[in-house]
Ligand binder design. Structure first.
Ligand code: CA
Length: 235
């Protein structure tokens, strides 16, 4: 079955170009011209991926992202203009999986889409492993892609989950931001490494008993992050 991609973009030409290109690449597409329409179509059609422009009439991209994340893990690629760096990071905080800056080539967009889809699908392929990892009070069910802290389910975005899995499968091994970016996106985007910090910060808020004194996701100064091996809570 073809993956269905919802394209949310108010500029008709850009929207039509993306749709035409993706159809030629064997995707099915849906189109929304503003945030309100995006939410309606998303809820009706449940697409496999959303390409979401930030600046939109009626309801902006950040609001749409927040709305979708309330009950869906669908991959979201945010589209921003060059000078919207802060909004980009906010987009990641709200649960977007990746972002792409205008103007971008359709080839680049395709690479991002494939990387994000591969990541979400490789997650479900691991279901066969059906393994549960336990670190102190943190439990990761690889089969169900479910994370629990002190018995309570923690909702992670696909990127947060990918970072957690990468780190915890090699306890103590330091990873650079670029390596984590590669692990999450499957491709390297030099210059976007700082986005990893945002993901890690959100991840810590969700899984660390005390995010100020992390025991799971540790900072390796001057390099990146590693998974800790002592989980006594030091609050
Ligand atoms: Ca726009």
């Amino acid at each position: 079955m073809k993956d269905v991609i919802l394209i949310v973009e108010d500029e008709t030409n850009i929207r039509a170009n993306i749709a035409e290109f993706l159809q030629a690449e064997d995707f099915d597409t849906l189109q929304a011209k503003d945030g309100e329409e995006a939410i309606t179509i998303f809820e009706e059609k449940k697409p496999d991926l959303v390409i979401l422009d930030l600046m939109l009439p009626k309801v902006d991209g950040l609001e749409v992202c927040k709305h979708i994340r309330r009950d869906s893990d669908v991959p979201i690629i945010m589209v921003t203009a060059r000078d919207e760096e802060i909004d980009k990071l906010l987009g990641l905080e709200l649960g977007a999986d990746d972002y792409i800056t205008k103007p971008f080539s359709l080839r680049e967009l395709k690479a991002r889409i494939k990387a994000v889809l591969r990541r979400t699908k490789s997650g479900s392929a691991k279901a066969a492993a059906d393994e549960i990892l336990t670190f102190g009070t943190l439990e990761i069910d690889l089969g169900r892609r479910e994370v629990k802290q002190q018995g309570k389910i923690v909702d992670l975005t696909p990127s947060e989950y990918a970072i957690l899995i990468t780190l915890c499968q090699n306890i103590g091994r330091p990873y650079s931001r670029l390596q984590l970016l590669n692990a999450t996106l499957g491709e390297s985007y030099a210059g976007y490494e700082r986005a990893i910090d945002t993901h890690v910060s959100n991840l810590r808020k969700k899984i660390e008993p005390n995010p100020q004194k992390p025991v799971y996701i540790l900072t390796v100064y001057g390099l990146g992050y590693k998974f800790g091996d002592h989980y006594e809570t030091n609050q």
